[in-house]
Design a protein around this ligand. Structure first.
Ligand SMILES: Cc1cc2nc3c(=O)[nH]c(=O)nc-3n(C[C@H](O)[C@H](O)[C@H](O)COP(=O)(O)OP(=O)(O)OC[C@H]3O[C@@H](n4cnc5c(N)ncnc54)[C@H](O)[C@@H]3O)c2cc1C
Length: 353
């Protein structure tokens, strides 16, 4: 077993931002990442995915994301390059591929059990994201459908569905972007299904405004002022250029949620049906926290109760990224910097004490 002050679990953007601030605090740490290469979830998204903010609003602490030539909104490959460069530039001690299986209490320390060597640490920062835990809602008849079913995480490109009838389920950003991707491709018969009519944000709102809204909401709540509703009050779908183009061309009409899947498609409550060769579930994610199960901290919706990023039931554990519940916009590139700094401060205070 190897000993260190801090183990960061996950080497995506959140883990790297934590590393940046832990280094500034002069702490001894490692970052353990399950991927073979740098870039976290950005290595696995669909081919046409672009950020919903310009490069200048998509940066981690210390280093601006360079502009991608010819692209106002950089693509995922550009983010992977940026993260790869980031960890090299700051010589962050990332070990990969290493999968953390479990974190255990071990006297005054935490034992981090992995598929390689185990680590003993005084503090752990979990930054494992959500991509690895796709959420699929209960759906009657799911097992009877003989076509292909996949989640957002399995979608790559429209040509994989050439000539097919495809149902996209979900009214969030992933659903809208994948529906737009498919709709723009000739020969695909698309049905986009949402629980409520899609709520597009105003065309001039991108990730910058979302970050501001999330920050303003956090500030209001911290100061005891009424909840502004944050990002959710503005809408659900950022009208990124391909979504806007498909919507304006009338290609993004939706139908209400169906009642059940049948052998060869879907059926609505009124008995009407649609044939489908594939159903793509764009129905979100849950925090990827199974490695923390031995600590017995799980709360509602698979989350762990936190005071900012520190776990309420285990002061040696911090959670970074995942969603607004660990800091405003902490699951975004620009938003994770601040909670990462707070985390490093909190860990340093703990180790000093
Ligand atoms: C479709 C989509 C579009 C998005 N668009 C934007 C955008 O435009 N702008 C923006 O700022 N944000 C965007 N986001 C949100 C967010 O920036 C990304 O989800 C980002 O990948 C989150 O980074 P992360 O470091 O928290 O998690 P990840 O990128 O998932 O990194 C976590 C890392 O931890 C590793 N890991 C997981 N479990 C273990 C384990 N047990 N042991 C060891 N390692 C482990 C994973 O392999 C991974 O490398 C988008 C998200 C999605 C899903």
């Amino acid at each position: 077993m190897t000993t260190t002050d801090v183990v960061v679990i996950g080497g995506g953007q959140a883990g790297l931002a934590a590393g940046y601030h832990l280094r500034r605090k002069g702490l001894d740490f490692v970052i353990l990442d399950a991927q073979n290469t740098a870039g976290g979830a950005w290595q696995h998204t669909w081919d046409s995915l672009h950020l919903f903010s310009p490069a200048g609003y998509s940066s981690l602490p210390g280093r601006l994301m360079p502009v991608q030539p010819g692209q106002e909104y950089p693509d995922a490959a550009h983010v992977v390059d940026y993260l790869s460069d980031y960890e090299q530039r700051y010589s962050l001690p990332v070990h990969r591929p290493v999968t953390v299986r479990a974190v255990h209490r071990d006297g005054t320390r935490l034992r981090v059990e992995t598929d390689a060597a185990d680590w003993s640490a005084r503090a752990v920062v979990s930054a494992t994201g959500t991509w690895w835990r796709p959420f699929l809602p209960a759906a009657p008849g799911r097992e009877t459908f003989t076509g292909r079913q996949l989640h957002t995480t399995g979608y790559r490109r429209p040509s994989d569905f050439a000539g097919q009838r495809v149902v996209v389920v979900g009214g969030g950003n992933s659903g809208a972007q994948i529906a737009a991707d498919l709709a723009a491709h000739d020969g695909i018969d698309l049905t986009w299904v949402t629980r409520r009519p899609p709520r597009f944000l105003a065309d001039d709102i991108d990730g910058r405004a979302l970050f501001d809204a999330a920050t303003a909401r956090r500030r209001a709540l911290d100061e005891g002022r009424p909840d502004s509703g944050g990002v959710a009050s503005l809408g659900d779908i950022v009208a990124v250029p391909p979504v806007r183009a498909a919507r304006d061309a009338g290609l993004l009409r939706t139908r209400r949620m169906f009642e059940r899947l049948v052998t060869d498609g879907i059926r609505w409550r009124d008995g009407t049906t649609a044939h489908a060769d594939a159903v793509i579930w764009c129905t979100g994610f849950r925090p990827s926290l199974s490695h923390l199960a031995p600590l017995g901290l799980r709360g509602e919706r698979g989350r762990i109760a936190t005071d900012r990023t520190r776990a309420a039931g285990e002061p040696r554990l911090h959670l970074l990224g995942y969603g607004d519940w660990t800091g405003p916009a902490s699951a975004t590139l620009i938003g994770v910097g601040r909670p990462a700094r707070d985390t490093a401060e909190s860990v340093a205070g703990l180790l000093d004490g």
